[in-house]
Design a protein around this ligand. Structure first.
Ligand code: TRP
Length: 334
């Protein structure tokens, strides 16, 4: 008996090489979902979303490859998931316009990113409240709604910061449906607890803006150096230590087997030197990352491979997008 598969879709904005926090909080859980047989999964690089703030061609191109190569290196199977670049599916923009005509401006006025800009301007005492706001930034949630609704996504895994955008997409879909009938699938979101709080080197949440990250595919010796920089207290080597109060341990458990975690915890309670603990962490991280790192380097050295994979993903995506649009155009009277 055929099972009706749900559509899982998510977009990743290019921001350069992801770090360990991105991997544990977003990439790994999304890949685990995409692998499930119960889903048809779509994963795309939201390069046009980056254009709202990245205005250097070489930078945008490089960041796009880095993010695509990262996902592929970490095991994204482009046969199973439809993996494409947003900009290779121009149908998104036709839907974007249609949706714009069903989006009250006030809805977008309330979007967090836009409101944060308004507030910055107010705090800086600027006379123009919209200073530094381009229309791409303002309509960012609309483009995201188009990404999602075009493929009738059932479920969209996102970080907590994107939940409002999903609510906006749902709102717009409902407005459209109220007028024309249930043509747009109203998507659900799956919130990924990025706030699983992967700690950075200094113990705060790992984040580019804090400069405390461990980039995912740095060479092994550099990885080791970074791990050695993780903040620790001054307790002496032989002192018993609480595994649940240790950055090193928190990271270790994400990369090690259950038995390894147990025995590491024992070692903590018996007393472990921070140097030893860090060495053990480095070992399990390097073990997990070395193969993907090699694959990443190989892909980055031959970006034509990446282009080809992305283009063949777009070739699979476009017919679906076109048939959806055909249906919508008819419904709106074109
Ligand atoms: N805005 C998302 C982010 O910054 C990326 C994104 C673009 C997206 N389009 C999407 C995510 C569609 C999910 C679905 O992370």
């Amino acid at each position: 008996m055929g099972m009706i598969k749900k559509t899982l879709l998510t977009g990743v904005k290019p921001t350069g090489m992801p770090h360990v926090g991105n991997f544990l909080g977003a990439i790994r859980p999304a890949l685990a979902l995409a692998e499930q047989e119960s889903y048809n999964s779509f994963l795309f690089i939201a390069d046009y979303h980056s254009l709202t703030h990245v205005h250097k061609a070489e930078e945008l191109r490089q960041m796009t490859y880095e993010v695509a190569a990262t996902w592929l290196a970490l095991g994204l199977d482009p046969e199973k998931s439809v993996f494409y670049r947003q900009s290779d599916v121009p149908e998104v923009f036709e839907l974007n316009w249609i949706l714009a005509c069903f989006s009250p401006k006030g809805l977008l006025n309330r979007a967090h990113a836009y409101k944060a800009k308004l507030q910055d301007n107010q705090e800086a005492g600027r006379s123009d409240p919209d200073y530094g706001v381009n229309m791409g930034l303002f309509t960012y949630p609309l483009l995201m709604a188009a990404d999602i609704l075009l493929f009738s996504a059932d479920q969209v895994p996102v970080g907590e910061d994107q939940v409002q955008h999903l609510e906006i997409a749902r709102d717009i879909a409902q407005k459209f449906n109220n007028n024309y009938g249930p043509l747009l699938k109203v998507p659900e979101f799956l919130v990924q607890k990025e706030s699983k709080l992967v700690p950075g080197l200094d113990g705060r949440k790992m984040s580019k803006s804090y400069g405390n990250t461990i980039p995912l595919f740095v060479p092994s010796n550099r990885l080791r150096k970074l791990v050695m920089k993780i903040k620790t207290d001054s307790s002496p080597p032989e002192a018993p230590k609480d595994p649940n109060d240790s950055l090193i341990f928190t990271l270790y458990r994400e990369f090690a087997s259950a038995e390894e975690v147990d025995s590491f915890a024992d070692h903590y309670r018996r007393g472990i030197s921070w140097g030893e603990a860090k060495e053990a962490l480095y070992q399990v991280m390097d073990r997990t990352l070395s193969e993907p790192r090699a694959r990443y380097e190989e892909l980055m050295a031959d970006t034509r491979q990446v282009d080809q994979l992305l283009l063949s993903g777009a070739e699979r995506a476009r017919p679906l997008a076109q048939s959806k649009l055909k249906e919508l155009r008819k419904a709106i009277g074109l």
